[in-house]
Ligand binder design. Structure first.
Ligand SMILES: *Cc1c(COP(=O)(O)O)cnc(C)c1O
Length: 392
C-alpha cells in the first residue's frame, strides 16, 4: 500500500460504524444468532481487519465464498485473538470442490454441502477418519444455483440414512428476492424452507441475508447471515424514501486533484470527445479510473432526444460537481467551474463516496447495485482504518 502523501486516492473504512451496524443487526435479529458474511474480502473492505472487529462484537459464525478466503480469515482471527479464535466457525459457501477435503480439515473450515455429490464425498471423508466432521447442508428453495435440488431433497427425505455419519451444523437456504418485500417469492421460499425443515431437523436453521433479516421474525430462525448491511448497504430499500437507510456508512472514498485547467469553448473532454464544453470552464483531473473500480458506466452522457443524459457526481465540501467525459483507466475529470478556485487546487481531496454521496447513490448513477461498487473498490487506494479499537 502506498503512503498517504504519495497516494492519489484515500479509502477510509470506519470500523466503529461497522461494529455499530453489527450491533444493530444483532438487535434486529433478537433471539436469533447473528453471523457475518465476509466473502469478496468483506465486500471490498478488508476481511483481515473486519473479521477481528466482528469477533470482538461477539460474532461467531463467519461466511466466505472460497476456501482460500476461509484460510486467510482463520489466520487473521487467530492473530488478533490467540487462543480464543477457535470459537469462530468459518463456513465456506462455495462448497466442497473435489480434492479440497484435506484443506477443510487442516484449517478447521466448515463446508456448505450443496448437493448429494458433496454429501457423498464428505461422508466418505468422515468415514475414513472415523469422525463426523462439521458441515452445513444447503437446500435450494428457489435460486437454482447451489443447494440440494427438489429431487435430491426428496431422496434424503425418503432415505435419511443418506446423511448418516455427518455432523450437520446448519441446515440453510438462501432468498432470491429478499430485497423486494412485496415479492411473493419470499413467502414461497419461506414455506418451501419450512417444509424442508420438517424433514431435515438436524442442525441450526438459517435463511435470511441482510434484507431477509428485515422481512420479519418468521425469517430469522436460529441464525441470520447479513453481509451487505454490515458494510453500510441499505437492507430496506422498499422503505425508501420515507425511511432512509438505517445502516451507518462504513466506506469513504476521496481522490486528490492532480491538475485543474481552464477550457474555452468550443472544446471537448476525454476519450471519444464525448463531453462538449459549452461555456468557459475549469476542469479538474483526479487519479481514479475504472481500473480502481470507478466503473466506466459512470462516464457522462449529454442529454439527447433519445436519452435524458447522465452525470455522476463528486463532492467538494458541500458542493456537488459533475463527472464529465469518459471514465478512463486511471483518471476521471470533473467540472469545477462553480467551485471557488481556493477549494480546487492540486492535492485537494474530492469526495467520490461520502456522507453526501453514498455507495448506493454511486451505484444508481452507474446502473448497478451497491454490492458491485463495494466489491470493485480497487487496491491502488491508500487504505485508512478508523476506530475498531484494535490496531491503528
Ligand atoms: C452473500 C450471501 C449472504 C449475504 O447476503 P447480503 O445480501 O449481502 O446480506 C447470505 N447468504 C448467502 C448464502 C450468500 O451467498
Amino acid at each position: 500500500m502506498v503512503d498517504e502523501v504519495l497516494a492519489g486516492a484515500v479509502l477510509t473504512i470506519d470500523l466503529d460504524a461497522l461494529a455499530g451496524n453489527y450491533r444493530q443487526l444483532r438487535n434486529e435479529a433478537a433471539a436469533a444468532a447473528c453471523g457475518a458474511v465476509l466473502k469478496a474480502d468483506a465486500y471490498g473492505t478488508g476481511a483481515d481487519r473486519v473479521g477481528p472487529v466482528l469477533f470482538a462484537e461477539g460474532a461467531r459464525d463467519f461466511f466466505v465464498a472460497h476456501i482460500d478466503e476461509g484460510i486467510r480469515l482463520r489466520a487473521a482471527l487467530a492473530d488478533a485473538f490467540p487462543g480464543q479464535a477457535d470459537a469462530a466457525v468459518v463456513h465456506i459457501l462455495g462448497g466442497l470442490l473435489p480434492g479440497s477435503e484435506d484443506a477443510f480439515t487442516e484449517h478447521r473450515l466448515t463446508p456448505v454441502l450443496n448437493g448429494l455429490d458433496d454429501v457423498a464425498r464428505w461422508r466418505a471423508w468422515c468415514a475414513d477418519r472415523d469422525a463426523p466432521l462439521p458441515c452445513d447442508l444447503h437446500v435450494d428453495t428457489g435460486m437454482c444455483r447451489l443447494g440440494l435440488d427438489r429431487r435430491e431433497f426428496e431422496a434424503v427425505r425418503d432415505d435419511p440414512s443418506l446423511l448418516d455419519g455427518l455432523a450437520i451444523d446448519l441446515m440453510m437456504s438462501h432468498l432470491a428476492s429478499g430485497d423486494d418485500k412485496a415479492s411473493p417469492q419470499n413467502a414461497k421460499q419461506l414455506n418451501a424452507y419450512l417444509e424442508a425443515r420438517r424433514h431435515l431437523t438436524m442442525g441450526r436453521a438459517s435463511l435470511a441475508n441482510s434484507p431477509g433479516l428485515f422481512l420479519g421474525p418468521d425469517y430469522h430462525f436460529d441464525l441470520v447471515r447479513p453481509g451487505y448491511a454490515l458494510y453500510g448497504g441499505n437492507p430496506t430499500t422498499w422503505r425508501l424514501p420515507e425511511h432512509p437507510n438505517p445502516m451507518a456508512q462504513v466506506v469513504h472514498l476521496q481522490a486528490k486533484i492532480l491538475q485543474v485547467r481552464s477550457v474555452d469553448t468550443p472544446d471537448t473532454v476525454g476519450y471519444g470527445a464525448s463531453h462538449k464544453v459549452t461555456r468557459p470552464s475549469r476542469i479538474a483531473t483526479l487519479p481514479v479510473g475504472y481500473a480502481d473500480g470507478y466503473l466506466r458506466s459512470l462516464s457522462s452522457r449529454a442529454p439527447s432526444h433519445e436519452d435524458k443524459g447522465h452525470f455522476a457526481r463528486a463532492h467538494i465540501g458541500e458542493t456537488g460537481v459533475p463527472i464529465v467525459g469518459r471514465v478512463s483507466m486511471d483518471l476521471i475529470t470533473i467540472d469545477v467551474t462553480d467551485v471557488p478556485e481556493a477549494q480546487c487546487r492540486p492535492g485537494q481531496l474530492v469526495d467520490l463516496i461520502g456522507p453526501r454521496h453514498t455507495v448506493e447513490d454511486l451505484a444508481a448513477e452507474a446502473g448497478t447495485i451497491g454490492y458491485e461498487i463495494l466489491t470493485s473498490l480497487g487496491d491502488r487506494y491508500h487504505r485508512v482504518y478508523k476506530g475498531g479499537g484494535l490496531r491503528p
